[in-house]
Design a protein around this ligand. Sequence first.
Ligand code: CU
Length: 226
Amino acid sequence: MRTPASPSHPTGSTRSTRSTGRTGRTGRLAGAAPAGCCALLAVLAPGVAGAASASGPASGPASGPASGPRSVWEAGGDFSPPSALVPPTAVSFAPDLVPYGARVRVRTSVAEGSTTVAVAVEGLAPGHAFPAHVHAQTCGSTPAASGAHYQDRVDPVQPSTDPAYANDRNELRLLLATDGDGAAQAATTVPWTFRPGGAHSLVLHAGADAGTHAAAERVACVDLPF
Ligand SMILES: [Cu+2]
């Protein structure tokens, strides 16, 4: 019998809010980022936004996040085809759900042993709920390249289906529910930090059968900068 996920882990809080209207250009989230961008994320996670302004631009340390002083990493860009000449930061494998040119921003904040990930998207299929998870490997030319879900306590049996490990306390999960314009925001906090070098991407799944896509299909991927 396996040991269940640590009972000391509180349930991760996940929020999903809807946004109306367009926001500023996609780009850096801190420092010189457009006001629309940061105001949008400030709504999601005021503590994170405040930390970003205090810690300056997004370029985090080369090593992975660790507990201790607050660190902020930012990522994102325009979704591009995996075949793009320049390897894109954000890849779409299903342009009918995640059109090329749609935008994503991800802010990861680590402080005092907890991790908050805030995500904002624009230009996706409207009225659709995309489950998004942190995965272990970087995005690649195929949806499978991003590997397994990142787990705080790694399930010894892979692929992991044991609910003692595959749950929203042991993995980092969000739900991006787009509004009528295809915009969505979500943030979640987990009471642990990523192992250095252990987490490399945020993957969007179809969520529900859509067109030719099965619910579990990986429709897009964003490289995370740590
Ligand atoms: Cu996933």
